[in-house]
Design a binder for this molecule. Structure first.
Ligand code: ADP
Length: 432
């Protein structure tokens, strides 16, 4: 790493050209997702994911290009390429893009944006320097599953794209506007002061993107909107957003709190944790694995995929019926709570991510019983808005809009990266 005045990389004086590219990276413990954006005009290009990094046999690279503006289909690839670590995966992605999409790609990249899960109390995206990397390392104490892989992605990109400015965009940043009565736990104050134990919230990039899109659909400045955003995927969270600023969100110090998720238990009486450890003689690590990886829909029904749970429930399997009912009920509870947090004045409830974008069934189950609050679904619009479409699924008589908006975290990371490195605000429509 470079030292000196804390600059990891110095933004090089960058003249943008028609071939300039921005690369967005999202590193997991054994995966590396990537998406390339052209900057003049600003369009999404090739993207994909390296999976099972470190596995010599099953390591795969999947990639695709978006459909073109004229409706032409994009290209798709699936290759087995061994990568022993993130640096190897990064190098292979580079070679792959060079061979299949852009032959001088390495020279065309003018900035790299990284998704980093935990940024403690950092409220803005940051240019990566020795100092800011130190902060990400510090935050790894609270996010041991998430921040170390993010750092691997950063180191890999630094090795491959020497001298190119890199930016970290934090999942926690958008939620830093939460007031203390929403982010504090009812624990001794010392624990907050000395150990930073508080609620941070996650999926912030998605919630930020969704509220900005919602404001566009509502045709109002975001500062004049009150919105509840529901990011429902394998990991799920809800946010209450007043005037574009998050006032509460369902995830906490880690992404474990809140809704019932694919493999995470969500809200739990903390005494249960103590009881489990004592009665089952489980270590801290085992308890963590139990709550993060073996609970939620998986622990209740045997599958973390809500589609499988819905099929089971339709066959009348009691555990699947229970898992489905619990998932739906928790979402309803949070919508109710955030309705109150927003003073009962809500312009839109937004649904997004794998479940929110694709399952009209689940949206119907969540919203049906909320009719008494004035939330009224247009059944035909709900059924038609699936598979990545954006739309308003509320009946004309509904008290607030019910919006389905496909999330695009990479696009949001790309825009924030450009802002940090000081490139002119891009113009031009983004591809799908
Ligand atoms: P992640 O949190 O991993 O990014 P996604 O947002 O991609 O997750 O959501 C993945 C989840 O979406 C899957 O586990 C699956 O349960 C759910 N999903 C996708 N399509 C449907 C559908 N048509 N009906 C119900 N659930 C769906």
């Amino acid at each position: 790493m470079a030292s000196g005045d804390n600059q990891l990389v110095r933004p090089r004086c960058c003249k943008m050209s028609a071939s300039s590219k921005l690369l967005v990276l999202n590193a997991g413990s054994s995966s590396l997702k990537f998406k390339v954006f052209g900057l003049q005009p600003f369009v999404a290009g090739i993207g994909g994911m390296f999976d099972r990094i470190g596995d010599a046999v099953n390591c795969t690279l999947k990639a695709s290009t978006p459909a073109d503006a004229k409706g032409g289909k994009g290209r798709k690839w699936e290759l087995t390429i061994p990568a022993k670590d993130h640096v190897g995966a990064m190098q292979s992605i580079l070679d792959f893009i060079k061979d299949n999409a852009s032959n001088s790609f390495a020279r065309e990249v003018v900035a790299v944006g990284h998704r980093v899960v935990h940024g403690l109390e950092i409220s803005q995206p940051v240019l990566l320097t020795d100092k800011t990397i130190g902060k990400i390392r510090e935050a790894a104490v609270l996010a041991p599953l998430h921040n170390p892989p993010g750092l691997q992605g950063i180191y890999a990109a630094e090795k491959v794209f020497k001298g190119v400015p890199q930016v970290a965009v934090f999942d926690t940043a958008f939620h830093q506007t939460m007031p203390s009565h929403a982010f504090m736990y009812g624990l001794p104050y010392d624990l907050y002061e000395k150990h930073k134990i508080r609620r941070y919230g996650f999926h912030g990039t998605s919630h930020k993107y969704l509220v900005e899109q919602a404001a566009g659909i509502l045709d109002k400045p975001v500062s004049e909107t009150n919105v509840i955003t529901c990011h429902l995927g394998n990991g799920s969270s809800i946010a209450a957003i007043r005037g574009g600023q998050c006032i509460d969100t369902s995830m906490g110090m880690t992404p474990l709190e809140g809704l019932l998720m694919g493999t995470r238990c969500g809200d739990l009486d903390p005494a249960v944790v103590l009881f489990i450890q004592k009665q089952l003689n489980l270590s801290v690590q085992d308890t963590d694995t139990l709550m993060n990886k073996k609970s939620g829909l998986l622990g209740l029904t045997g599958s973390n995929d809500l589609r499988t749970v819905i099929e089971g429930a339709q066959r009348g399997e009691p555990r699947s019926e229970l898992g489905l009912a619990m998932f739906v009920y928790r979402v309803q509870k949070y919508i109710g709570a955030y309705w109150a947090a927003l003073g009962g004045k809500v312009d839109a409830v937004v649904f997004s991510a794998g479940i929110g974008e694709n399952s009209s069934n689940i949206r119907g189950l969540i919203l049906g019983p909320l009719k008494g609050m004035g939330l009224e679904l247009d059944v035909a619009a709900n059924n038609a808005t699936v598979g990545g479409c954006c739309g308003d699924i509320a009946a004309a008589t509904s008290r607030c809009r019910l919006l389905v908006i496909p999330t695009d975290e990479e696009l949001c990371i790309a825009e924030q990266t450009l802002e940090v490195v000081g490139f002119p605000k891009p113009t031009g429509a983004t591809a799908a």
